[in-house]
Design a protein around this ligand. Structure first.
Ligand code: ATP
Ligand code: MG
Length: 280
């Protein structure tokens, strides 16, 4: 009996400790940004990577947290696959891309990168909680959270754990089917009282490298119109560009390795708008 009592006491103590460190860690973050989309594959991880590197390039202290438990792409996009964060008695230290850009992803903790993760909601919640309570982020100007598509368990957990998210960046592609999903993301933000920083229209037009003409592969301007309709800010258009795929696959973020390239300049304008809206 006595043994049982002390055991549950320990668990309560541990839980209390976790809650306190989580609170302290979260309060050391000035602005928390959630990158969302209603649909998969529209470019959330690409936008998150370029947003985080773009903010770091401007000198801000940035954390990038990848909560896409089923498809963590951030380690690859930053060339960090195979690396592991340092675990000490003091906690878990995020991987540093630069002194002012730190990253945590479930991808760092998977033994086999191709192994699918089959977790139910409570386990995902616990993992995300640990990313905030046990990780030594230190003081951050911005925390950028890359999320899985839709509004499932992971998003609900992070919104709850961060207490208040300062804003959401919604990523959309221009075609109609994708736009129906954007409406759902907007509705979710309104219901969860998350301010919408704005919508990014990704894969918007393709400039032919041979003739210079723009080809509207997935149409263009749809997300911009939707932003107008819902009276939410429009943050800009990112073209379809093979350099984006190459940069992502090679783990060389455009904002750092190819800052002069057109898509990098489009990302830079998005970053500029976000820092204007969310000043630290
Ligand atoms: N503007 C673009 N032009 C060309 N390719 C792009 C562009 N944006 C993203 N991509 C490519 O599309 C693929 C999907 O992008 P990304 O992984 O960022 O999407 P996602 O929304 O995070 O996907 P998921 O929902 O699976 O997490 C990647 O290979 C990426 O390099
Ligand atoms: Mg992704």
């Amino acid at each position: 009996m006595a043994e049982e009592k002390s055991c549950s006491c320990e668990t309560e103590k541990e839980q209390r400790r976790r809650e306190l460190t989580l609170k302290a860690n979260v309060s050391a973050i000035k602005k928390k940004i959630l990158v969302l989309s209603g649909k998969g594959g529209v470019g959330k991880s690409t936008v998150s990577t370029n947003l985080a590197t773009g903010l770091a390039k401007k000198g801000y202290h940035v954390g990038l947290l990848d909560i896409d438990i089923h498809g963590p792409n951030i380690p690859n996009m930053l060339g960090l696959q195979g690396h592991s964060p340092l675990v000490t008695d003091m906690g878990l230290f995020p991987l540093k891309v630069f002194d002012n850009l730190q990253v945590i992803s479930i991808g760092f903790f998977l033994e086999e990168k191709d192994t699918p993760v089959v977790w139910r909601g409570p386990l995902k919640h616990r993992m995300i909680e640990q990313f905030l309570s046990d990780v030594r982020w230190g003081e951050l100007d911005y925390l950028v959270v890359d999320s899985p598509p839709g509004t499932g368990d992971e998003i609900i957990s992070i919104v709850q754990l961060l207490d208040n998210v300062d804003g959401a960046v919604i990523v959309a592609t221009p075609q109609e089917v994708a736009l129906a999903d954007v409406r759902r993301s907007i509705k979710f933000c309104k219901e969860a009282s998350i301010p919408i920083i704005g919508i990014v229209e990704n894969m918007s037009g393709f400039v032919c490298p041979h003739c210079g003409n723009t080809v509207e592969i997935f149409k263009t301007g749809g997300a911009e119109k939707l932003a107008e309709e819902y009276k939410v800010p429009f943050l800009g258009k990112i073209p379809v560009d093979p350099q984006i795929v190459k940069a992502g696959d090679e783990g060389k973020p455009m904002m750092i390795y190819f800052p002069e390239a057109k898509p990098a300049q489009a990302f830079a304008q998005v970053v500029e708008k976000i820092t204007e809206k969310l000043k630290v």
